[in-house]
Design a protein around this ligand. Structure first.
Ligand code: URP
Ligand code: ZN
Ligand code: ZN
Length: 470
């Protein structure tokens, strides 16, 4: 029985036939049987018989992608990032992301456990599956006792900031060390937003005092050296404690070199970068709409972009995530176009996979299996979700993405669901089209339309952290 390409309400059991399937160890033309939300079988020429079958010649099937760094509805600079869990997950599904890992927002005086409960409740409207990293931004040393319990409950990743002091979010290095010691001892993982706050505050003050408010001074105020300095400091502590460290949104060659040096010295350090650091440069800040591109860390130079791509190709980068934190064009005007007052963050969850397919795989920089390792396998392994997510394998969740690599169309924000009314990647050619996104066997998106309004995501608790494959 053939499934029509117009169908969105899929039966509990169905077969995907005739496509190239990206498995963990290579690409094969095999059939994939989805059964009760799981991958039921994978094999060549599966006898379809009476099983409803979607014929997919010329298509590529990927595991659902994991964006392990999103910020849905977080407060920044007297406003809130535009997407909530419902609208952000619609954008995610449109682009083939079936699991996100978002962050708690710890209010002053709130414990991490309380913040987690609030965040889990907010996430209930999510249309895709989700996990949550625990941010520790308020009085880190007072919450050490909660960490083992949070890890045991399936929340093993804790994010600290070495900057944002004035926003009340910074952990000092002694606080970082205390948290990392406990997290590491109990099998968890510390994530770091790595920018040296002294450098950032000094450079920001210098440029503001000189009357420089233009967007390019965002990059000048938060130089690559701030990132590298913080990575060196954090890696030194991680080495002393023999605890793993995960650097979020790596943006620069200097930061990369600091991370790789630490790795050579035996530190377990995972490196995440983002599409905007691979595809955009600080020249964006010199455009008339330069303030739209304000995100932290700042966009860098072409040399940084080239170094990051080289690291991606070499297998030195572990994950690519988006740091999705969109502000609408109206919100981006709230800071009078001054860099230090403009809400920082970019939309990205929808465009993660289409961009990495086009500018990574189709451009010959990475293979299909590299793409899956960076956007699915490694996020699942590093954050302990691989008992359900991250690859196409029998028994795992039926999270699947069907991609048609034929044709090229320009990326247009107007076609992407969600509240972001612009894209930093507007107009970039995309090599192919997403035809289906399935979450646990349910059709979330089809032919560029989000169709999963009735579908609810599940919280995925982490198991043991497995580390990265390179
Ligand atoms: O500017 C950004 N990236 N905003 C989101 C918060 C963060 O620092 O990741
Ligand atoms: Zn950050
Ligand atoms: Zn972030």
């Amino acid at each position: 029985m053939t499934i029509s390409s117009l169908m969105t309400d899929f039966p509990a059991t169905f077969l995907l036939k005739g496509a190239d399937v990206v498995l963990a160890d290579g690409v094969r033309q095999v059939d994939v049987l989805v059964q009760d939300g799981k991958i039921g079988a994978i094999g060549p020429n599966f006898p379809a018989g009476t099983i409803p079958t979607l014929h997919l010649p010329g298509r590529i099937i990927f595991p659902g992608f994991i964006d392990c760094h999103t910020h849905f509805g977080i407060p920044i600079m007297n406003t809130t990032s535009a997407d909530d869990f419902a609208t952000g997950s619609m954008a995610a599904a449109w682009g083939g992301v079936t699991t996100i890992i978002d962050f708690t927002v710890q209010e002053q005086g709130q414990s991490p456990t309380e913040a987690l409960a609030v965040r889990c409740q907010k996430a209930e409207i999510c249309h895709i599956d989700y996990a949550i990293h625990v941010n520790i931004t308020d009085r880190p040393e007072q919450h050490l006792a909660q960490i083992p319990n949070l890890i045991q409950r399936g929340f093993p990743s804790f994010k600290l900031f070495s900057t944002y002091r004035q926003a009340g979010m910074m952990a000092s290095w002694p606080q970082f060390q205390q948290i990392m010691a406990v997290v590491g001892q109990h099998g968890g993982l510390v994530l770091l937003h790595a920018e040296d706050n002294d450098i950032v505050e000094r450079e920001t003050a210098k440029h503001l005092a000189a009357g420089h408010f233009e967007p390019i001074y965002h990059a000048r105020s938060r130089p690559a050296e701030a990132e590298a300095t913080a990575i060196r400091q954090a890696a030194q502590i991680a080495g002393q404690l023999n605890a793993p460290l995960y650097i979020v949104h790596l943006s620069s060659q200097a930061g990369l070199e600091a991370g790789l040096k630490a790795r050579q010295q035996g530190v377990t350090i995972y490196l995440e970068t983002c599409p905007h650091y691979l595809l955009l440069t600080e020249e964006k800040y010199r455009q008339p709409d330069g303030h739209h591109y304000i995100t932290t860390p700042a966009l860098r130079t072409q040399a940084d972009v080239d170094a990051l791509w080289q690291a991606v190709t070499a297998g030195d980068i572990d994950t690519i995530a988006t740091d999705h934190c969109p502000f609408t064009l109206a919100q981006k005007e709230l800071g009078n176009r001054q860099f230090q007052q403009t809400p920082n963050g970019l939309p990205g969850v929808a465009t993660l996979f289409p961009l990495l397919y086009t500018y990574g795989v189709a451009a010959g920089k990475i293979s299909l299996t590299d793409l899956v390792r960076l956007l699915a396998g490694n996020p699942a392994r590093i954050f302990g979700l691989n008992h359900r997510k991250g690859q196409i394998a029998v028994g795992l969740d039926g999270d699947l993405v069907v991609w048609n690599p034929a044709g090229t169309t320009p990326l247009t924000a107007a076609t992407i669901p969600g509240r972001a009314d612009w894209s930093p990647f507007e107009g970039l050619p995309i090599a192919g089209q997403l035809e289906y996104t399935f979450l646990r066997g349910q059709c979330l998106a089809r032919q560029g339309q989000f169709v999963g309004h009735h579908i609810r995501g599940e919280l995925v608790e982490s198991g043991k952290l497995q580390g990265a494959n390179s």
